[in-house]
Design a protein around this ligand. Structure first.
Ligand code: DSN
Length: 422
């Protein structure tokens, strides 16, 4: 299939918008996309998310709606729920949250009241805004107490987490985050939550696909609630799910609707169902393990080139580089790499002396490149491009960045992206 993909109705109605979509297709095809929370969905997921299901209001849940005409929508949502339950081996699944932040807000609504104490990992340590960080509604409407990682190891100090939990007695403890390169010890968090009387929420948005594919331990049965987006390693549409044992089903469902949201986005529910079907195939297990193998190989290649990696490497899909020793700020490096056709995001590192909008680190990951079929044999080239790109960023060498961009595009052309190819 040649790019841009055919969108005949869109091109006829709104050529300006169609041109932008086409340009984005070309950009995603030509570049090495290393943002660890992004991926390429399949044509099947894209098609499901662009269907007439989006024309329908369905407030409520299957069999209990406030609108008629749900003959097909109920079946779509039940399919998504059943597939989520089977894939993650959970008793209950809610597939309606619009995205990760609303999903987490629903958890607050279900288990806490404004002013209550909640606990999560601090955002600059690798947590998420919605885990009680100050600028988020969750840190303004709740009393957020935050844990981090050890300065010397970059790893979570469970003695510190336990001490904090027993002192503060939070209603909810979140584990998981957005910049955690290491395996999450759900059992250790569950023990602390039990001791302190908290509800344990495992936010597995980043690693849901790895869990589904057996490449990261599952939070089942340790966590009371599992929150996840559906569009990262899980390779589905932009959406989210909440999962739990049956005992929490009612509270979570009530919190999502009518507590927080109106009508579910049925076209997204359909695409989630497709993604869950894809994730249940044996090939997805291979994918999940390949994501981790690629990340480990890339981390080794970066270490060999003198990069400082938080926690010394990775167990999952994500690598957090502290560029302080390279004397290049994260933002400068990220913007230069973008010009070189390598798409990353600048990121704080634990104990970062710089500000979040101009931090010391860059966050990278392997979900997208693995979806295109790149393997461990390609990671030396990827690390070499990053190394040359960061050096060129420091030296302001635009010719070097342009040369990398051409080399990247050549390799990418040999590995067509799902969703952008037949
Ligand atoms: N924005 C997501 C990420 O990039 O990790 C987290 O919500």
């Amino acid at each position: 299939m040649t790019l841009p993909l055919p969108h005949p109705a869109l091109a006829a109605t709104d050529p300006e918008l169609a041109a932008l979509v086409g340009a984005e297709e070309q950009l995603q095809a030509d570049t090495l996309r290393l943002i660890p929370s992004e991926n390429y969905v399949s044509r099947a997921v894209l098609e499901a998310s662009g269907t007439v299901l989006q024309n329908k209001y369905s407030e409520g849940y299957p069999g209990r709606r406030y609108y008629e005409g749900q003959q097909n929508i109920d079946k779509v949502e039940r399919l998504a729920i059943d597939r989520a339950k089977a894939l993650f081996d959970v008793e209950h699944a809610n597939v309606q949250p619009y995205s990760g932040s609303p999903a987490n807000l629903a958890v607050y609504l279900a288990f806490a009241d404004p002013g209550d104490t909640v606990m999560g990992m601090a955002l600059p340590m690798g947590g998420h805004l919605t885990h009680g960080w100050g600028v988020s509604a969750t840190g303004r409407w709740f009393r957020g107490v935050q844990y981090g990682v050890r300065h010397d190891t970059g790893l979570i100090d469970f003695d510190e987490v336990r001490e904090l939990a027993l002192k503060e007695r939070p209603k909810i403890i979140f584990c998981g985050g957005t910049a955690l390169p290491r395996t999450i010890d759900f059992a250790a968090f569950a023990e602390i939550a039990r001791e302190s009387g908290a509800v344990l929420v495992a936010d597995v948005a980043h690693i849901a696909g790895l869990i589904a594919g057996g490449a990261h331990p599952s939070p089942v049965p340790h966590a009371d609630v599992i929150s996840t987006t559906t569009h990262k390693t899980l390779r589905g549409p932009r959406g989210a799910m909440l999962m739990s044992r049956e005992e929490h089903a009612k509270a979570l469902d009530k919190a999502v609707f009518p507590g927080l949201q109106g009508g579910p986005h049925n076209q997204t529910t359909a695409a989630i169902a497709v993604a869950l079907h894809e994730a249940a195939q044996p090939s997805f297990r291979d994918y999940a393990h390949a994501v981790v193998a690629n990340a480990r190989a890339l981390a080794d290649e970066l270490l060999a080139r003198g990069f400082d990696l938080v926690s010394g490497g990775t167990d999952n899909h994500l690598i957090l580089m502290d560029l302080t020793p390279k004397d290049v700020p994260g933002k400068v490096a990220a913007k230069a790499l973008d010009r070189a056709g390598i798409v990353v995001n600048y990121n704080t590192v634990p104990y970062d002396p710089r500000k979040p909008f101009d931090p010391s680190g860059v966050r990278i990951g392997t979900p997208s490149l693995t979806s295109r079929g790149l393997g461990t044999q390609h990671m030396a080239a990827v690390a070499e491009w990053i190394d040359r790109g960061v050096s060129a960023a420091g030296a302001g060498d635009e010719d070097a960045l342009a040369a990398i961009r051409a080399e990247v595009a050549e390799l990418m052309a040999a590995f067509p992206a799902p969703g952008l190819s037949a």
